[in-house]
Design a protein around this ligand. Structure first.
Ligand SMILES: [Zn+2]
Length: 121
């Protein structure tokens, strides 16, 4: 299910075309008709947000750690703007690029944790 989700496919049946646009996910799988937003309440995809945030924060920590390693081994006092530019780029582009993957990954995790009931299929 996670492998299917990593390529933006339905975690249940593997069908594609789950997004009409980069940020717009279909309500149901076009093949198996599984409803991705299984709970009726707000925040059913809060986990997708958390996945996206965790990945972005990890990438920003990697940028910071890389900067610390470079400065620790070569303290020439170079400019800081490349680090800020890379950090800003990671903070803005990564969550936008990862958004659809976080949605399908969260749908897969939700499906693995709570198998679908008969009325959901
Ligand atoms: Zn499906």
């Amino acid at each position: 299910m996670l492998a299917r989700a990593l390529v933006r496919r339905c975690p249940r049946c593997g069908a594609g075309r789950l997004f009409t646009r980069w940020f717009r996910m279909v309500e149901r799988c076009p093949r198996c008709r599984f409803r991705f937003e299984r709970r009726a309440e707000e925040g059913a995809f809060l986990g997708a947000y958390v996945l996206n945030l965790a990945l972005t924060e990890t990438a920003l920590a990697a940028v910071l750690f890389g900067f610390i390693l470079v400065r620790a081994n070569n303290d020439s006092g170079g400019p800081l703007w490349p680090v800020f530019a890379l950090g800003g780029l990671v903070a803005i582009v990564l969550p936008l690029a990862f958004y659809p993957f976080s949605r399908t990954l969260w749908a897969a995790m939700d499906l693995a944790a709570r198998p679908p009931r008969r009325d959901e299929v």
